[in-house]
Write a protein that binds this ligand. Structure first.
Ligand code: ACO
Ligand code: ZN
Length: 166
């Protein structure tokens, strides 16, 4: 059953289903240098469908966000062990950017990881990716660390995180 989360003009924001995975992989190939195995997409959808979200316009897939959950040390509390949501990947096709779709995807994935009782939400982003960093900052994420030579091409990442209220 399709779970529609919201609509932005003619763009539907909804939870992903198995039949969305090939179009998601196609968007990923067009927009980002980090790619994953088919199995990895399937495993994320199986693990946390609440935070695997699609943007669709007239039946065309234009964006996605996919996440996982982890237990680990808090990005906020000294010595805290917490449940964390992790944005694995998000992208919107270039011709559909700057319409609020990216923001809606991050907000809906935030709701999804909260449903899974995560305490925090985090991601890594290229330090040069100012569009994405600005989007995350607007949504309350803060830069917590710079990860040296995080990407295969040698670029650094910012680790950005947000802590949820109890
Ligand atoms: N009219 C004009 N501008 C608008 C409108 C509108 N109706 N709605 C939103 N905007 C502006 C926002 O204010 C924002 O502006 P700002 O950058 O000056 O703050 C800008 O458009 C982007 O916001 P959104 O529209 O919500 O985001 P978008 O749909 O463009 O997606 C994203 C952002 C996902 C980062 C996109 O640029 C992208 O796909 N980039 C390539 C892939 C990528 O880098 N992904 C992130 C990697 S990191 C990771 O995956 C964890
Ligand atoms: Zn990551």
């Amino acid at each position: 059953m399709q779970v529609i989360l919201r609509q932005l003009e003619d763009c539907i924001i909804r939870r992903a289903e198995p039949s969305d995975l090939i179009p998601v992989m196609e968007i990923n190939l067009k927009t980002l240098p980090e790619h994953y195995s088919d199995y990895f997409y399937e495993s994320l959808l199986a693990e946390i469908p609440e935070a695997f979200i699609i943007a669709e316009i007239h039946g065309k897939h234009v964006g996605y966000v996919m996440c996982k959950t982890e237990y680990g040390f808090s990005n906020f509390k000294k010595l805290g062990f917490v449940k964390k949501g992790h944005v694995v990947s998000i992208a919107v096709l270039e011709e559909f950017r700057k319409k609020g779709i990216g923001k809606a995807l991050v907000e809906e994935s935030t709701n999804g990881v909260k449903l899974k009782k995560c305490d925090e939400f985090y991601l890594e982003v290229r330090c040069s990716n100012t569009e994405a960093v600005r989007l995350y900052e607007k949504l309350g994420f803060v830069i917590k660390q710079q990860l040296n030579v995080y990407y295969r091409d040698g670029e650094d990442a910012y680790l950005m995180a947000i802590e949820f209220d109890k």
